[in-house]
Design a protein around this ligand. Structure first.
Ligand SMILES: Nc1ncnc2c1ncn2[C@@H]1O[C@H](COP(=O)(O)OP(=O)(O)O)[C@@H](O)[C@H]1O
Ligand SMILES: [Mg+2]
Length: 248
């Protein structure tokens, strides 16, 4: 794949691999929080470059700025200064409304606490995000059951979150995050509440979507054993990169 030639404007140009382009470029990202008189400098000018198709981990001690960085890259928050370019588009000029639309159509999120709607069953949780994107009933019904099958929950489509294990709930949330085939999947400590067997299932799924579909994944974790799954690590300490995180 590395040596393929790109034909200007042709089909080949669409076949981008992890070596072709940066899907995320963060330039000198600064985020400070005001807590009364105190200013918390959560990110102090962090640069980040992530290639299309990479599976990247963000690591660092508690309070080092991992969640804050993920939230900036995932357009869930706005930096005080710096730039975030996603898929070649500078997001700093976007209004909140534009950002919301961009997130809905292009980004996917998995959180530590699953964030499923408790009154909806598995397939309805996945439907909801597809419906919000304006997909027709036919489209969202088939993509929702396809993706739930792909995460190994084909036999639990109509089960409520409360009747599922934590690992199953997290797999529903992975299905929800990936149903619309986002450009980037962001996951903030997705295995923090799971035992090692359930964690492995979630990480195996991430790896499968990364390898089979070229899904770009940015995952915050603090578990060293998770690193065997990823291509590269971005290490944070006190809101700064610990070392030069040059792309491999
Ligand atoms: N909304 C907020 N208001 C005030 N301080 C915050 C807020 N979010 C994060 N912080 C502070 O920023 C620093 C980095 O936090 P965070 O990104 O959550 O770290 P991590 O995810 O690595 O544990 C911490 O000192 C935290 O207390
Ligand atoms: Mg965090």
């Amino acid at each position: 794949m590395e040596n393929h030639t790109r034909k200007e404007g042709g089909k080949e140009a669409e076949k981008l691999t992890k070596n072709d382009s940066f899907i995320i470029e963060g330039i000198d990202i600064v985020r400070t929080f005001k807590m009364g008189e105190v200013e918390v400098r959560a990110l102090r000018g962090v640069p980040v470059k992530i290639r299309r198709g990479e599976f990247v981990a963000i690591m660092g001690p508690s309070g080092s700025g991992k969640t804050t960085l993920l939230n900036q890259l995932g357009l869930l928050d706005t930096p005080n200064s710096g730039k975030i370019i996603i898929n070649g588009m500078d997001t700093s000029g976007m209004s909140e409304k534009e950002k919301g639309k961009f997130r809905l159509h292009n980004l996917g999120y998995v959180f530590q606490d699953y964030a499923l709607l408790p009154e909806l069953n598995a397939i309805e949780n996945v439907y909801l995000s597809l419906m919000m994107q304006g997909k027709s009933k036919k489209e969202y019904e088939s993509s929702a059951s396809d993706i739930l099958n792909a995460v190994g929950l084909g036999d639990r489509l109509y089960q409520l979150p409360s009747k599922m294990s934590g690992g199953q709930q997290q797999r529903v949330s992975v299905a929800r995050a990936l149903a619309h085939k986002p450009l980037i999947l962001f996951a903030d400590e997705p295995c923090a509440n799971l035992d090692s067997a359930a964690s492995k299932q979630v990480l195996d799924l991430f790896k499968k979507f990364n390898e089979n579909d070229g899904q770009t994944i940015v995952m915050v974790t603090h578990e060293d054993w998770h690193l065997e799954y990823v291509d590269r690590v971005i290490n944070l300490m006190d809101g700064m990169l610990v070392e030069k995180n040059d792309v491999k």
